[in-house]
Design a protein around this ligand. Sequence first.
Ligand SMILES: *Cc1c(COP(=O)(O)O)cnc(C)c1O
Length: 375
Amino acid sequence: MDIFEELNLTRYLNAHDTFTKYGASCMRPSTLRAMREISGSCVDLEQVQNHAGDAIARLTHNEGAYLSNGAAGGLMICAAACLARDSEQAYDALPQTGVRREIVVQRAQHNLYDKSFSAAGAKLVFIGGEHTAPTEDELKAAITERTAAVGYFVYHGARHSLDLQRTIQIAHGCGVPVIVDAAAQNPPAENLWRFTAMGADMVVFSGGKALRGPQDSGLILGKREWILRCRRWGPPRDGVCRCCKTSREAMVGLYAAVKTYLQTDEAEEQRKMNRACSRFDSVLRQSGFTNVWRQQTGPVGQSYPRTYGRMPFGRAEDLAAAMKSMGIYIGTDPECNAVILNPLMLTPGQVQQVCRTLRECMEQYRQEEQKHGSN
Ligand SMILES: *Cc1c(COP(=O)(O)O)cnc(C)c1O
């Protein structure tokens, strides 16, 4: 009896996206091997943190790296590092803050992940409008002696934001660090060093999305000075960030995942995904879809192809529900009543399975529609 039977769990293929609630992604054998290897012995967690962090920093062309329990936990540790800086007293008091207690965020970028900053004790100061970027002067005026950091969300509100480069220049001009949430910004791999090369002090990524590390892992990449503060205040130390504890298995798993991720040939991966999309395109056309197109950017601006198909009849949500009942997650775009098929998390065999199931579901759906139509 395997664990699926023992706990009565349902298996799914993920043809939608790296959503946390689906389990996001599946780990590679090399990741699982590293996790199994380290789990048999006790080790000094700080040593694992420092050595894995240094290795990831080298691999990703960064000054430093800290391994967290996810991007959300990483944002909390970054905030704590900015609030406490080098004061033990200030760190131990968190979430009670002293004079330096604010994190400035553009209002258009407001989203539920900025709670990670608040959780460390920071008070959020929003600038600009929901649909208007703040001016450079507004940003300058918002930075005072109370400011611990400027927070920046790469995806949320991107069209109504002051760009990252200018935000960094202004924040640094006022002596304040910038924390960037780039949790889902892979592929391309290059994003692991693009934002830090622009000058961002700490940039946070999910380990469990396209990097395919443990789901409860994340990366803080950035300037040595700030990474050292993350190492000092972050777990295993007790205090406000103790709830972001990362296991040795998650740390070495993430290291192995990043290493393999950077060894894979991105152009070849893109070709594979485009081949999968071609299969999706033809199965949709064969199933009566006349309006089929491909989008090269992922939902938060990543670079990978996805197939869209506008429903020839009925509702995309109903087809997605039927697919889910067959063990496959697919996406929908309610605005244009389209289904979305994403090859990112699928092997070629799984792509075929998705195509087969889609054909079956469409056939059944068509018959049901016709039955209802003739009544
Ligand atoms: C997924 C996501 C997070 C949270 O990442 P975890 O690794 O699940 O903690 C934070 N911010 C953004 C923008 C995300 O997409």
